[in-house]
Ligand binder design. Structure first.
Ligand SMILES: Nc1ncnc2c1ncn2[C@@H]1O[C@H](COP(=O)(O)OP(=O)(O)OP(=O)(O)O)[C@@H](O)[C@H]1O
Length: 446
């Protein structure tokens, strides 16, 4: 119920307003005759008060101030017999929510005014809920779940990184939470009010990387119809998160190095210098030192970006986090779907604990959410849990094959997985590209 107090000394007029507002079944309307009575009744927490400007004991302005002193957020509407602009203006300046003049239309205007005030109230509530949500979103103690020694060490490093401006390099297999950690560093640092700009180096076509990062001026190349700022510039004042940094080619690496050294850039096709000030956080599933040894990463860039290294171990190496995470994702799932909480049967727990999770936390999240969908009632059984990848099964079971047939099968599988990128597949399998090309020539793979 939305509680409304009408403070009005004219009983006839007061009853008209009370009757009219009472037509809305959501409203609980109380009629009070004096300012004093109103102040005494405030303990019953009304949601809105309308006051007559000229009450016998207190004038509208005095009563308004006293109400606000007790309940600063309570909306107040003043209803006055006199149509004086100066009074209206000074009351509105004081913070009165609306000023209405007593005439034939007052009750309709009041009706509309209350609706408008309620809309504003719910908007304010929504904003404060969103703010609270945003805060907990990046309050990493609530969002990065884990009690393993490894995760506790990660928390310590996030704190250290957040308290300084040092660059940060995060390594870990896919789905271990690298982006989550990058955000935690940003949202706990002094730069939290500025932008967090994430760029996935593996997702941008090679020929577009430079314009994405540096931006361009109008006419810099065909199709550059207007100036566009790049990601470096967008991150100014904040944090730039370069994900999959191991995929950056050598040409771009030297350009990035220059930007980091000079702390400025020119947009493509432009000669204005743009000053830069961002914290760089990079992430990769590769071993950066190893990439330097292989000649894939410039050594001088490596020293610039390595900064504070944070290593996220695979989930299979921190098994004590598995059930904690499973419960966390299930709880979030129930909340999102407005369902009661789920329980995991003993067998379901065992199944989760035995699985190696090649897709790490991301895979665990997907698996428990699917299990929740599949389960009957709120109890998840082992049979409800299916894993996306088949690694839990013995890959050698089934029909017998020669080593060459196995090789062919593995290469074919990798080519599909990496969209026929021979170079990448050769690298992943640690074989020469020629092995793949030869098999193609022989027609063993398409
Ligand atoms: N410790 C954790 N607590 C809660 N959620 C986690 C945790 N680690 C990862 N997640 C969740 O798992 C998913 C994958 O995390 P994230 O995207 O940060 O991984 P990533 O290492 O950046 O993956 P990729 O290398 O594939 O980009 C996200 O939904 C993230 O919220």
């Amino acid at each position: 119920m939305f509680k409304i107090f009408i403070v009005e000394d004219d009983p006839w007029y007061g009853e008209i307003l009370q009757y009219h507002l009472g037509l809305n079944p959501d409203y609980e309307v109380t009629l009070l005759k004096t300012g004093k009575e109103c102040l005494l009744q405030l303990q019953h927490k009304p949601d809105l008060v309308t006051i007559d400007f000229s009450l016998p004991d207190l004038n509208g302005e005095e009563l308004f101030k006293k109400i606000k002193a007790q309940q600063p957020n309570l909306p107040v509407i003043v209803i006055s017999a006199q149509d004086k602009v100066t009074t209206a203006v000074s009351l509105l300046k004081l913070g009165v929510d609306d000023y209405l003049v007593k005439d034939d239309h007052t009750k309709d205007l009041l009706w509309k005014s209350i609706i408008r005030i309620r809309e504003n109230l719910s908007l304010k509530e929504e904003i404060s809920e969103l703010k609270a949500e945003l805060k907990t979103k990046y309050d990493y103690a609530n969002t990065i779940i884990g009690s393993s020694a490894a995760i506790k060490q990660v928390f310590r490093l996030i704190d250290k990184a957040a308290a300084s401006t040092i660059n940060v390099s995060i390594t870990g297999e896919t789905g271990t939470g690298k982006e989550l950690v990058a955000k935690a560093v940003h949202y706990h640092s002094a730069r939290s009010q500025q932008a967090f700009v994430a760029v996935n180096m593996a997702a941008i076509p090679k020929e577009l990387v430079e314009s994405e990062l540096f931006g361009y001026e109008k006419g810099a190349f065909t199709g550059a119809q207007q100036r566009k700022t790049g990601k470096f510039e967008d991150a100014n004042g904040g944090t730039l998160f370069l994900d999959e940094i191991g995929e950056m080619d050598l040409g771009i690496q030297s350009k990035l190095l220059r930007v980091l050294q000079e702390k400025e850039l020119h947009r493509l096709g432009g000669n204005i210098r743009v000053k830069l000030d961002f914290r760089l956080v990079v992430a990769t599933h590769k071993n950066l030192a190893e990439e330097v040894r292989k000649g894939n990463l410039r050594e001088d860039l490596y020293y610039r970006i390595a900064g504070l290294p944070i290593m996220l171990p695979p989930l299979r190496d921190r098994r004590e986090d598995i059930l904690l995470l499973a419960h966390y994702f299930l709880k979030a799932y129930s909340k999102e779907n407005k369902l009661p909480e789920y329980k995991l049967s003993t067998d379901a727990r065992r199944k989760l604990l035995q699985y190696p999770f090649p897709g790490n936390v991301r895979e665990l999240k997907a698996a428990v959410e699917l299990a929740a969908v599949m389960s009957d009632q709120q109890q998840i059984e082992a049979a409800d849990i299916t894993f996306m990848s088949d690694v839990s099964r013995d890959p050698l079971e089934g029909k017998e094959m020669t080593l060459r047939e196995y090789t062919r099968l593995i290469i074919k599988n990798y080519l599909t997985r990496y969209h026929d990128n021979v170079v990448l597949v050769a690298e992943k399998l640690d074989i020469g590209r020629s092995t793949i090309y030869k098999m193609m020539q022989k027609g063993e793979i398409e």
